[in-house]
Design a protein around this ligand. Structure first.
Ligand code: NI
Ligand code: MN
Length: 217
C-alpha cells in the first residue's frame, strides 16, 4: 500500500483502491490539492470539524467517489447529492474489497460523533485516529486490529500531545506510526522528533513530508 501524508490530518491510501481521509489542504499543502485528489474511490471523514471535512464533498463530486463517515454526516453528504455510506462506532463496511472499521475517538463534533477509522486493504491495516485524546479504548483497537501503521495526532491543545501519543503507541501495539495534526497553526505546534524519541523502540516512527509517498510493505 502507498501512503501519502497531505498535511494536517489528510492522508491518501493507494492499493487496489484510492482512499482519501480527512482531505483538508492547509497552508503549504494547498498546492497538493489538485494533484492528490484525482482518481479517488472513497473519501472517509472522521468528524465534521472544518479541518477534517475540508474539501471532502467537492472531491467526491469531482471523482464520483463515495463519501464514508458517521451516519449524521453521511446524511448531510447525501443531501449534497453524493454517494454515501454512513456508519457508526463499532461497525464495519466492506466495499470493493476494502474494509472500513469505525472506531472510538475522544473528541467533539458539530454534526454526529467523532471517530477514527481502521482501513483494511490489500492485507494491510491502517489506523487513522482522527482527533482524539489518549483513551483506554486504544487498547481495544490494539487487541482487535494490531495496526500495521497508525496515524496519530501529536499537536496537543485539541488532541493528544507528544507524551500522550507515545502512550497511545503502546496501547495500540502498532508497528509503525506517522505523527499528524501538528504545526498547521501555532496552537498545535509540536516536535515530531521529540515524539520519535518518546516512542523509542515501541514502534517505527515515520516522519513524513507532505506529498511524499511511503511504501507500506
Ligand atoms: Ni476536531
Ligand atoms: Mn482537528
Amino acid at each position: 500500500m502507498k501512503i501519502t501524508w497531505l498535511g494536517h490530518s489528510a492522508v491518501k491510501l493507494e492499493a487496489d483502491k484510492t482512499i482519501l481521509i480527512d482531505p483538508f489542504f492547509a497552508g503549504p499543502s494547498q498546492n497538493l490539492r489538485a494533484k492528490q485528489s484525482t482518481g479517488v474511490d472513497f473519501v472517509a471523514v472522521t468528524h465534521a470539524h472544518g479541518d477534517h471535512i475540508g474539501d471532502a464533498f467537492a472531491i467526491c463530486k469531482e471523482n464520483n467517489a463515495t463519501f464514508i463517515g458517521g451516519a449524521e454526516l453521511a446524511n448531510k453528504a447525501e443531501k449534497h447529492g453524493l454517494k454515501t455510506l454512513g456508519m457508526n462506532v463499532g461497525g464495519k463496511i466492506v466495499v470493493d474489497g476494502v474494509v472500513f472499521n469505525m472506531v472510538f475517538a475522544a473528541h467533539s463534533a458539530n454534526i454526529g460523533s467523532p471517530a477514527g477509522f481502521v482501513v483494511e486493504m490489500n492485507g494491510s491495516k491502517v489506523y487513522h485516529a482522527g482527533d482524539t485524546g489518549l483513551t483506554l479504548e486504544m487498547k481495544l483497537i490494539g487487541d482487535l486490529f494490531k495496526p500495521d501503521l497508525s496515524f496519530l495526532p501529536i499537536g496537543d491543545t485539541y488532541t493528544m500531545g507528544v507524551d500522550a501519543a507515545a502512550i497511545a503507541v503502546e496501547y495500540l501495539q502498532t508497528k509503525r506510526v506517522v505523527p499528524i495534526h501538528y504545526n498547521t497553526f501555532p496552537a498545535i505546534n509540536a516536535d515530531p522528533n521529540q515524539f520519535k524519541n518518546k516512542v523509542g523502540k515501541n514502534a517505527e516512527v515515520i516522519i513524513l513530508e507532505p506529498g511524499k509517498v511511503f511504501e507500506l510493505k
